[in-house]
Design a protein around this ligand. Structure first.
Ligand code: PLP
Length: 412
């Protein structure tokens, strides 16, 4: 039987979309995708340094678990998450020295849904969350979609984007502020917050009665010093909500497995009710993710060594490009660089539409998309070092050639 749908059932004007939908920005990370496709069609090789898609193989245990799933029916799972995964994730935290019970974990569709749940749980429409900028661009869209505002506080590029000064964070808090958001290691800056910086956030949150949202999806990507988790501050107690994900640490972005973690029973109950509203997350991926949780230190140190090598190579190459300014990032796999150009949006597009060096070009994310303040980030780009060193090296040669040829180049 075939059902034919008339091509256009509506007459006249389309109904109006909600303002919050119309206002949603396109991801700066993905918005040049069509230009990249066109460049490839012209035969140009595009080094994709715009997106945090790790290229290291997903550990084989994940695929073995997928293949060995043998239930006759793929049924709905528990809204909180599969018990194997909750237990395994708690075990993973224990090995990291973090005492997290399975009951304190809500499994989500990636860290993205955990972020979304967190905004919904702590804010009513019109409330806001304070965050240092630049910040992970999707915070903006996820918050905006549920009527939450972000109050950005500028972080200083020349000092490697540390936590903004306490007085600046406090100045951004008003009577509709419900939380402070931190992300360490940071996307897009690669900054790893110090113990003292996190302690400052905890103190402010206590004094101003706020939640702390701590995005720790890059926990293992720390090349200088050690990672500090919000969970290590018992005094943050019921204020702390940790957002987590397997996407980056296990190179499993497509699995869509994340977690919201809190000691606050009311937060956990709210998260469960949100979980129930969307029934459950994908069962087989959760079972497979559970198999990754007991990977040993060898796995993580090999991962960190690989990315540290890439970071060092990239910093070495960028350091020789006239007029390019950056601070060596301590973690994650991103770097924000200030370039000697008129406008990063224009430059990143031009690299794809008008430029090629030996039939190659580089795709980067323009910096402005990581700022909520309209005037900021115009000369910055975010570069993700997610390619193997020989490829990254060629990408850097291509970027250097692009900077030389760009008509909107400023004198160094
Ligand atoms: C800082 C940060 N948080 C959260 C996420 C969400 O990741 P996912 O939904 O794949 O877990 C990302 C993805 O790039 C990220 O960079």
């Amino acid at each position: 039987m075939s059902i034919s749908i008339p091509p256009q059932t509506l007459t006249g004007r389309d109904p109006k979309l909600a303002a919050r939908a119309v206002g949603l920005p396109h991801s700066p990370i993905r918005k040049l995708a069509d230009d990249a496709t066109a460049a490839r069609k012209r035969g140009t090789k595009v080094y994709q340094l715009n997106i945090g898609q790790p290229d290291v193989p997903t550990p084989p245990q994940f695929f073995e678990a997928l293949r060995s799933f043998s239930e006759p029916v793929l049924a709905y799972g528990h809204s909180k998450g599969h018990s194997d995964l909750l237990e395994a994730w708690s075990g993973y935290y224990a090995r990291k020295g973090l005492d997290v019970l399975p009951s304190q974990i809500q499994i989500t569709v990636g860290g993205s849904e955990a972020l979304w749940f967190a905004f919904i749980l702590i804010c009513d429409p019109g409330d806001n969350v304070v965050v240092s900028e630049p910040f992970y661009t999707n915070y903006f869209s996820l918050a905006m979609a549920v009527g939450v505002q972000l109050h950005p506080v500028a972080s200083d590029p020349s000092r490697g984007y540390p936590l903004p000064a306490r007085r600046d964070l406090e100045a951004a808090i008003d009577d509709r502020t419900r939380g402070i958001m931190i992300c360490s290691p940071n996307n897009p800056t690669g900054t790893v917050l110090t113990r003292d910086e996190i302690a400052t956030v905890v103190q402010i949150a206590e004094e101003r009665d706020l939640f702390i949202l701590s995005d720790e999806v890059y926990r293992e990507f720390c090349y200088e010093g050690t990672h500090t988790s919000i969970w290590q501050y018992p005094q943050a107690g019921n204020r702390a909500i940790l957002l987590d994900s397997i996407s980056k640490r296990f190179s499993a972005c497509g699995a869509r497995v994340g977690a919201l973690v809190s000691r606050n029973a009311t937060v956990m109950d709210g998260a469960l009710r949100l979980g129930q509203a969307r029934l459950c997350t994908a069962t087989v991926e959760q079972i497979a993710a559970a198999r990754l949780m007991d990977l040993g230190d060898d796995y993580y140190s090999a991962l960190a060594d690989e990315y540290k090598g890439r970071r060092d190579l990239m910093c070495e190459r960028l350091g020789h490009m006239p007029g390019v300014r950056f601070e060596k990032p301590a973690g994650a796999f991103y770097l924000m660089a200030t370039l000697p150009i008129d406008d990063a949006d224009r430059f990143c597009r031009w690299m794809l539409t008008d430029f090629a060096y030996e039939q190659q070009t580089v795709m980067m994310a323009p910096g402005s998309g990581f700022y909520a303040t309209p005037s900021r980030g115009r000369e910055e780009v975010r570069i993700a070092y997610v390619l193997e060193k020989p490829e990254l090296d060629k990408a850097m040669t291509t970027l250097a050639a692009g900077l030389e040829a760009y008509p909107g180049r400023r004198p160094a």
